[in-house]
Design a protein around this ligand. Structure first.
Ligand SMILES: Nc1ncnc2c1ncn2[C@@H]1O[C@H](COP(=O)(O)OP(=O)(O)OP(=O)(O)O)[C@@H](O)[C@H]1O
Ligand SMILES: [Mg+2]
Length: 241
């Protein structure tokens, strides 16, 4: 469960209001897609949720833990992949994953099982002994996603996770998200790929100029937009200048 309660954030001493009074309740078992034009406030929202930025106002809780007041507990139950993962390039892929598993105290037998499953799925098994700096962009993305999954977090927060994944990996990754949520966990991710959001997400939120301008299931969004159209048309209509 991930809850935003009247969250705001400005940059440059208040001259840029990036997130404006955002309230949102992402439930257990839900895949939630967070959409919005470039500069709408998605990454800012995500950075506040994971404790990389402080809110100016409001509160964010992850599985009941306030990210500002109880950051270690909140971080222990979440997994995060930023839009441009900066991995430790001088570790091998396997050293990186073991480091992450150590940080989250994942028992050795459990981590072995999870790592080997994810590597097989992402076809990374052969490369995992190589230095991260030799990985392609997509391979680094897969490594970051594998790391975020290792401690089986209650809430996964992913900023444009599909960027760089080849079609097969993207397909398997979507299955993985479903499987995670079927076990009562939560996935919150930003994307610009509306077709993926339409098919994959239980609910969708659209942010524009820092404000949440729509939120709900596809049916609810159609009702709100008073049209039977695709998510693309709803999005374009709602975010028109
Ligand atoms: N570090 C920063 N300093 C000043 N302004 C910033 C900073 N980061 C973001 N902004 C501004 O805040 C607003 C929201 O940016 P944000 O990165 O959250 O958008 P986004 O929805 O993630 O966009 P994109 O789809 O391009 O990733 C933009 O106006 C941006 O210029
Ligand atoms: Mg962004």
């Amino acid at each position: 469960m991930l809850v935003f309660d009247q969250v705001s954030k400005s940059y440059k001493k208040g001259s840029v209001k990036a997130v404006d009074d955002l309230s949102l309740h992402v439930r257990p078992g839900e895949i939630f897609g967070f959409l919005g034009p470039n500069g709408a406030g998605k990454t800012t929202t995500i950075k506040m949720a994971v404790g990389l930025l402080r809110t100016d106002a409001g509160r964010i809780t992850i599985s009941g833990y306030d990210i500002a007041k109880d950051p270690l507990k909140a971080k222990a139950v979440m997994g995060f992949v930023p839009d441009n993962p900066d991995l430790y390039e001088r570790l091998t892929g396997l050293e990186y994953l073991n480091f992450i598993a150590d940080v989250y105290r994942v028992p050795v037998d459990v981590r072995r099982q999870r790592i080997s499953r994810m590597l097989e799925m992402f076809e990374l098994t052969n490369a995992i002994g190589d230095l991260v700096q030799s990985f392609s962009h997509g391979m680094q993305q897969k490594l970051a996603l594998t790391g975020a999954w290792l401690h089986d977090p209650d809430v996964l927060i992913l900023d444009e996770p599909m960027v760089g994944l080849d079609p097969r990996s993207a397909h398997l990754f979507k299955d993985l998200m479903h499987e995670h949520c079927d076990r009562g966990k939560t996935v919150f991710f930003s994307t610009h790929v509306l077709e993926v959001a339409e098919k994959l997400c239980d609910r969708i939120g659209i942010i524009n100029k820092g404000k949440l301008i729509a939120c709900g299931t596809m049916d609810e969004l159609r009702d709100q937009a008073k049209s039977e159209e695709s998510l693309e048309n709803i999005f374009l209509g709602l975010t028109e200048q």
